[in-house]
Design a protein around this ligand. Sequence first.
Ligand SMILES: *Cc1c(COP(=O)(O)O)cnc(C)c1O
Length: 401
Amino acid sequence: MPNETFTNQILNWQVSTNLIRGGLNRSNFEETSEGLFMSSGFVYETAEKAQRAFEGEEERFIYSRFSNPTIGIFEDRMALLEGAQNCRATATGMAAVYASLAATLKAGDRLVASRALFGSCDYVCRQLFPRHGVETVMVDGTNISEWERALRKPTSAVFLETPSNPQLDIIDLSAVSEIAHKAGARVIVDNIIATPIFQKPLMLGADVVVYSSTKHIDGQGRAMGGCIITNDSEWAMGDLNQFLRHTGPALSPFNAWVHLKGIETLKLRVEQHARSAQLIAEFLENQTNVERVLFPGLDSHPQRALAKKQMAGPGTVVSFDIVGDRSEAFKFLNALNMIDISNNLGDSKSLITHPATTTHQRLSPEARSGVGITDSMVRLSVGLEDPLDIIEDLESALKKI
Ligand SMILES: *Cc1c(COP(=O)(O)O)cnc(C)c1O
């Protein structure tokens, strides 16, 4: 529930200020830090007041599956960060992806999605929705003529991820949004890899942005969470609100509070992650044991010009192919001393994974090679350690292959 005065107070603030004060809604105790309201429900002075609350005549907190003061601050802060009217928090990033699609699609509808998707998003689009009577069409997101062809028929939703995980392909958000809108589609963008600091899909024409706040927003590998952000208030207050209220993918107030503390340092952290990622990508490009480096901040990136146009920074993830095959990639991972083998990303700790056997193992070998995920590819989520220590660890492991 938005605090009435907050929007007027802070719309003029700079990003860094909103990250710290956006949505602040203090209780009667006048606490400095955001209050943590670990309460499932709320009480009513009289039966009449309870009745009025349920009739929607009095805007107040009823039950934390619907809304909660701590979650409300998180939602308002994320909406401000994105420059949007509405934000709804969810228990995980996948809950945000699923809810945004489920509150849009019904049997007989059509969904067009980019092929280069996070493993679970791929499952939701290609397997789950078709089971419920939705026709799903997958396209190569970097190829505009494939979007044009797929969107000749009326379509209800377009779903894409840019940069994609783990190959970091960049999709032209303005061009795809324009084509999608002509087909009547709601454009839903997974902006997790880009982060809200480096890319603003709503300003480029998208209708909905989804985040896993588990990643950079928490930033310290502690709590799961997600959110759905949009300027389509009719949908947010209608179908989306009904879906969330009655199916219950609600965020825990505790996790919302953890993520609120994470957001305060989001810009500082993400910018440092990106500076280190740039140094590391440039280092890797000069290593003989590295075949190919994928990073939107390198001139060698296939969509470098588009990355510069639609992103304010290159991101925090570097993917690269080791010379050799899966066994060389495994030897390299096992030889690392500091960087941890883990499938998470956006953490202060540097984490590395082998997508073909972890996050994307469910895809068939053909599907993986179709989206450019090789058996020798590793994905590094660059942490906040000193970049010299990260580079030293990479260098010594590369020598041991
Ligand atoms: C992690 C991730 C998700 C899912 O988020 P969870 O919080 O793990 O549910 C979706 N898309 C991308 C690109 C991700 O990296």
